[in-house]
Ligand binder design. Sequence first.
Ligand SMILES: Cc1cc2nc3c(=O)[nH]c(=O)nc-3n(C[C@H](O)[C@H](O)[C@H](O)COP(=O)(O)OP(=O)(O)OC[C@H]3O[C@@H](n4cnc5c(N)ncnc54)[C@H](O)[C@@H]3O)c2cc1C
Length: 390
Amino acid sequence: MIDRSLFENTGTAFTLKSDSELERAYFLFKMISSQPLVRIGTAATNFALKANLPVEGLIRSTVFDHFCGGVNEEDCLSVIDNLFTEGVSSVLDYSVEGKETEAQFDNALEKILKIIYFCDEKDAMPIVVFKPTGFGRFHLYQKKTEGVDFTTDEQEEWDRVVARFDAVCKLAKQKDVEVLIDGEESWMQDAADDLVEDMMRLYNKDNTIVYNTLQTYRWDRLEYLKQLHGRAKADGFKVGMKIVRGAYMEKERNRAEENGYASPICENKKATDDNFNASMSYILDNLNDISIFIGTHNEASCYLAMELMETYNISKEDNNVWFGQLYGMSDHISFNLAASGYNVAKYIPFGPVKDVMPYLIRRAEENTSVAGQTNRELSLLKAERKRRKL
Ligand SMILES: Cc1cc2nc3c(=O)[nH]c(=O)nc-3n(C[C@H](O)[C@H](O)[C@H](O)COP(=O)(O)OP(=O)(O)OC[C@H]3O[C@@H](n4cnc5c(N)ncnc54)[C@H](O)[C@@H]3O)c2cc1C
């Protein structure tokens, strides 16, 4: 029997936070809970950064330090070591987005390779992550997804994207580090899916090194997973899958409406939840063939995963099952799962303040819009404050 009050243990959840850090987190979520404040704050911050006003210090001491590990990988070391004292591993996430030049893609590649060498030396870092569009232009993935022929130059450019994927997966295989590849917008995702599958064929022969992402807010994904599973069994490779609900819902729905095609997104939240849980059940029932990284802040899905692991006799420390949350969010899930013996990792975003702003703005907006999530953080922080006073 699993303990369904596990995530209410705020002492474990916030064990690493000093009283003043607890207060800062409370203040921050209180601000984020106000939609007008987030809107004004976002606009003012963007303006100030563009105008080179000295606001970096302010951003760092508020949102940045709460949601990010630092401006470079060395900065993150103290966070990584700290988390690991409580059994929580780290996935360093180079969160610089929207870059479009070959030099920037090569720079991102260098970063990830450096992180893999880092992982080789640190038990606290068993996994790395990258975004497909960190290694190549969005437009290129889109063209390939749409089946449009490349020009000669584009073909050469695509070959370089493939080479970057291969360099990461090859080194990860050598160093026995797992690689998560993020999921993005549906109109570029088929090209990324095919490329990740090629990597699985090459590097997942004996164990799972390469993981794709299944965005279960897409109603077609469980079928995709089953088909991929079939191909993997037939061709002798393991599937790695990070499962998430998906981060681009509004964008997906708007584009479908504007262009007059059926939305790829489930009709409502319940349908997404059902799809997430069904995909997770399917994988846990096929753990010999598919490894899973469960990326969610949803308590019910985490409890369900724990229950299914018990049903299928999967040990808590089985390396084929990982739970993951974002740094600065849902510590009550991460730390309580880790304290109970499950494999848990936090995504730790890092990068220059200016470059991680899109990531930070997404977090602020998500916490403002996702029903209940900020209120949940606030009530947990309040409960912990009260517990400490007592
Ligand atoms: C470790 C980690 C890695 C991640 N990696 C990725 C990634 O690679 N790609 C990516 O896209 N996202 C990624 N995410 C973000 C993720 O997709 C979700 O946006 C976020 O985690 C919120 O979902 P949830 O399961 O935590 O919680 P919940 O609050 O239970 O779910 C919120 C989600 O449900 C869905 N939803 C909400 N309302 C509706 C509705 N009306 N109809 C249909 N669906 C709805 C949306 O996907 C929304 O984000 C990652 C998250 C984590 C924790």
